[in-house]
Each structure stands twice: as structure tokens, then as C-alpha cells.
Ligand binder design. Sequence first.
Ligand code: SF4
Length: 453
Amino acid sequence: MKGGFPKAARGALANSQLRRNIGHATSTIRAKRARVVGEVDDWEALRDAGAEIKERTLRHLDVHLERLEEAVTRAGGTVHWARDGAEACAVVADVARAHDSREVIKVKSLATDEIELNEALERAGVHAVETDLAELIIQLDDDSQSHILVPAIHRNRAEIAQIFRRELGAEVSDEPDDLTAAARAHLREKFLSVKVGVSGANFAVAETGHVVVVESEGNGRMCTTLPEVLVSVVGIEKVLPRFSDLEVLLQLLPRSSTGERMNPYTSIWSGVSDGDGPREFHLVLLDGGRTDVLADEVGRAALRCIRCSACLNVCPVYERTGGHAYESIYPGPIGAILTPQLRGLDNAPTLPWASSLCGACYEVCPVKIDIPSILVHLRGRVVRETKAEGLSERAAMGAMARVFASRRTYEAAQRMAKLGRGPLANAALRPWTRSRELPAVPDQTFRDWWRSR
Ligand code: SF4
């Protein structure tokens, strides 16, 4: 972590243009999602089914992953197991080198962003070309993404037009048609000439070895079908036991993410087939801290996430700070529970506090991840297990524990509180009390009242 969420959030809050851009974008997606979810009579039953499928899969993840490996191999693909990002990046770089390719074309993929694949490839002499429009904007501007689904959500049309004029030399207005035409002209040549494609995956089916990519622009379809070689980097939690599980999850995902009944492009493939698509397929199964997350009985529910981003779009904290304040590829409520677990609590100790615990994220989550409960659980773990400094919670709860430990101290604290000098008036606790409204201390305590009778 660079400076932690509180510091980064303060900087973001000072940027009013960012708040306007994000407020506008999230309220638009929220309304779209509410409309299409409202059309589904059995939405709650679908959420239950989605949660159940993912939970059941996580309980026997090892079995499903081995079945997936067998099925992909049977279909002519090659499976690589990567313990961490470095191993996964090395596989992709080796494949590119083996095909003498100095460039790869990429489908938008959080897993590859998580392992910083582009940077690793660059060091290996291979340039990764992002083909998703928003990812391309971020790459051209040397910026970082701030939303799971809409990585350039912090940019408005006028800013994007400026980037295209500067970086692509394109004469464009800020009309969406103009902007997409400029991106298309830039990317088309890459689609037709680059030999290696790289993708992530939304799901991978153990039963059949199918890999699934869901997207809106068609660039994913191009990257997974046109190159000679395809490498898909997939987190191990993306496995589903049966092909029929897609029936549930492909209903939940588009409605929750883009607010559409169905996403425009769903690409599903298994291995390689003669005369159709890539001649070589590699599946990289990435652990990257996920088995550590599995070991936490409460925190592991974060691995159910299907990266729809609905929790970001309803979060009052995300709406005001934007994604960069989370200093992670996973921002918003899911980032606040996933990043500290993947990176280790010591490396992101402030993120579990990046929430008001209002519960809006839980209400919209299509796989019913109880994010507020996990946040509280992780706060406890950070206080107990790390040496993170400046945690006002640790000081506040320590002071309260001492007060509640004996009747005498408790009553003394009540008397002091009446004089405005109770334990919470301590200067060391100011970071905790500054952001909380404490109730006024009554003239007479319950104990005084009881004794007077
Ligand atoms: S936690 Fe739930 S709502 Fe948030 S991105 Fe993941 S699946 Fe979507």
C-alpha cells in the first residue's frame, strides 16, 4: 500500500470533477440495474442459487480444478498452475517468446491486472495492447483503472477526446461514435496482425473444460478467435462444476453489471478445434493468495465474487472517493474485503474501514456476499493480527475494554464523561471520535436513578 485508504481518499475528495464524473456514471448504472432486476420475478431465488453454486464449488475447489484440468487437456489445451503472479506472468511471456511475438492483444481482465502482466511482459520485451475501449484509454494516458467494469469511469468524454487527439493523433470530437471509430481504426490492424491473444475468464467449467468470457464490445471475441495462440489467465475461484451452472450465473451477471438483460458478446470455447480459432490454447490457473483466503471461514465468501461491480455502484464511500483511493485493482466494497485478504492484512490494513457498513452492497450482490459482516470480521483480524499503526479502533476498543472491565472504573468513567472528560475525550482517540457523533451524556445515569429509588 502506498499511503493507505484514509490518505488517498482525502486527496480524491478534493477533486470535484472526479466526484461529478463518478456520481453521474454510478447513478446511471444503478438505475439501469434496478430496472432490469425489477423485471425478474424470481430474482431472489436466482441470487440464492448463484450463492449456493459458488459456495458449494469453493468447498471442493481442489476436486473441480483437477476435473477442469483433465477436461481442458482432453480438448487439446495446456493447463499451467501458477502459485503467484510472477509464475503466471512467466508462462505468458514464455508463450509469446516461443511464437516470436513482440506484441500480444488483450481482452479486459482483472486477473491480469492483478498480477501486473503488462508490466512483466514489457520487461520481457513484449508489448501488451489493451483492446477494451476503457482499458485502451487508461493505457494511452498511462493512468490506472478505478472501476471493475468501467475502468475509465473517472474520465468524461471531453477528457477522453483529448487523450485520443494527443496519443493517437486522431481528429475526434467528444461524440461517442467518433471516439469508438478512432479506437476501432487503431485496434483493427492489431486484431489482424498480432499472433498471441491474452484473456481472463468470467467462468471455467470443470465438467466440459469450457472457458467463458462475457463482454460488451466484441473486442474479446476478436482476441479469443483471431490470433494463432490464446492464453487465458484465470483465478482458481472462477471454476464452476457444471455447464448448466452457467444458466444461473449468466442471468445474474449482465443484469448486475451493465444493467442489461443479456450482454452483447458471450464467448465460450474449449481447447482447440481444427479450422476454427486459435491453434494453441493455454489456461493459466492462478492462485495468487486465493488458497489463503479459502482458509478463513468468514472471509472466504469473497471468493464467490463474479466481478459484476454492483457493489461499487451503490457504495456511498466509492461514489465519493472513486477507485484510485483503494490503491488496488479491486476497488469499492469488494476491494475492501478482497485486497487485504489476497495481499495479506499487513499490506492493506486500512481497507476494511473504507465503508460506512450501510449494507447496500450486500443487498445488490448477485451471489449474496455479506460484505458488511466480512468487513467487521477483517477489522477484528487487523486489530488482533497486525501491527498496523494509527488504528484508532485499537485504541478506542482497548480503552472501552478497560472501562467495562470493572464496575468502579465504569462508574468513574460515567462521572468523567459528564464533565466532558470520559475515556473517549482522550486525545489519542480523536481520530475515532472525530468521525462519529456521540450521544449527549445524560445528567443522571441509570445507576444513579436506580440508587435514588
Ligand atoms: S461482491 Fe458481489 S456485488 Fe460486488 S462485484 Fe462481487 S459479485 Fe458483484
